[in-house]
Design a protein around this ligand. Structure first.
Ligand SMILES: C[S@@+](CC[C@H](N)C(=O)[O-])C[C@H]1O[C@@H](n2cnc3c(N)ncnc32)[C@H](O)[C@@H]1O
Length: 282
């Protein structure tokens, strides 16, 4: 983790350690794989964002920058600022941007001062699920958005709709009992409950909150071995809790899941997401 000079809510310091540490570095190293994994969702997300010529876009939790860069490349005169906690991913984003009108900044979106009404659209691809205080974050993002501006965020639905997380945590859970995370804790399911999300957004000053369910097969690797290696790295923090025998067993369980889902174009498992939209009242 680099020296931190940005303003950060102390309640997000655990997320900073994770994302500006080894986990974020892993995401940076495997940015192309994560992008490939999400690829079937990208057209629907870009269509929901529907950026217009000249619009200013804020990509929250932008990671390695694919969403911000795709928007700016496809819309004349659009510009984007991506914010994230992970310096390693921000470096990848800057390297990928190659001259397009983007800027990538390390910031805690929960409290960063973006300026009043500085953006037309706030967009995010799984980057808004880790706030310690999502009500505070969504109010901060509303302030950053011009009246009439939009929020479009991609978040996971519950575990019942996400075969990939059910199968992967199940493979490890047969070796190391795992408690399901509370539905309101920062993490993949933090924004899975529409009534909670509606309350958080409306409480933060957003209106016209709507949810569109989308389903896609996520891609994890060209074959079972590569998909296993990729997910063992992604879940390194869980593997670190196991002894050597436990690690071997969990990896073998994971490889069996991957083999069950290997097809002609690699390993794919089912997933379900919300594309949540909202508007800042004029
Ligand atoms: C699951 S990753 C998604 C990254 C990227 N949007 C993508 O689609 O590849 C979640 C990202 O949210 C970022 N994040 C978490 N909490 C944040 C916060 N408070 N402010 C800004 N970014 C945050 C993390 O650093 C991480 O890169």
């Amino acid at each position: 983790m680099n020296d931190v000079t940005m303003a950060i809510d102390p309640r997000n310091s655990g997320q900073l350690r994770t994302w500006d540490g080894e986990h974020g570095a892993y995401w940076a190293e495997h940015a192309d794989t994560y992008d490939h994994s999400y690829a079937d969702y990208q057209p629907a997300l870009l269509a929901a964002i529907s950026a217009q010529p000249g619009e200013r876009v804020l990509d929250v939790g932008c990671g390695s920058g694919e969403l911000a860069i795709d928007i700016v490349r496809s819309v004349p005169g659009a510009s984007a600022v991506g914010v994230d906690l992970s310096n390693a991913q921000l470096d990848v984003a800057r390297g990928r941007a190659g001259g397009v009108a983007t800027k990538f900044v390390q910031a805690d979106a929960q409290l960063h001062d973006f300026g009043e009404a500085a953006y037309d659209v706030v967009a995010s691809r799984t980057g808004t699920m880790f706030f310690s205080d999502p009500g505070m974050a969504f109010a901060n993002l509303a302030r950053a958005t011009r009246p009439g501006g939009r929020l479009v965020m991609f978040v996971w639905r519950g575990i019942e709709d996400n075969e990939w997380l059910r199968e992967f945590t199940g493979a490890i859970g047969r070796v190391l009992p795992l408690d399901p995370p509370p539905a309101d804790a920062p993490g993949p399911f933090a924004l899975s409950d529409p009534s909670r999300v509606r309350d958080l957004l409306e409480g933060g000053g957003w209106a016209e909150v709507a949810f569109a369910a989308h389903d896609a097969q996520l891609w994890f690797g060209a074959d079972a071995d590569r998909a296993t290696t990729f997910m063992v790295g992604q879940m390194a923090w869980l593997f670190a809790k196991l002894d050597e025998g436990g690690k071997r067993q969990a990896e073998s369980n994971l490889r069996a899941v991957m083999a069950d889902h290997e097809g002609a174009d690699g390993v794919r498992l089912g997933s379900g997401a919300w594309i949540v939209t909202a508007r800042r009242p004029s």
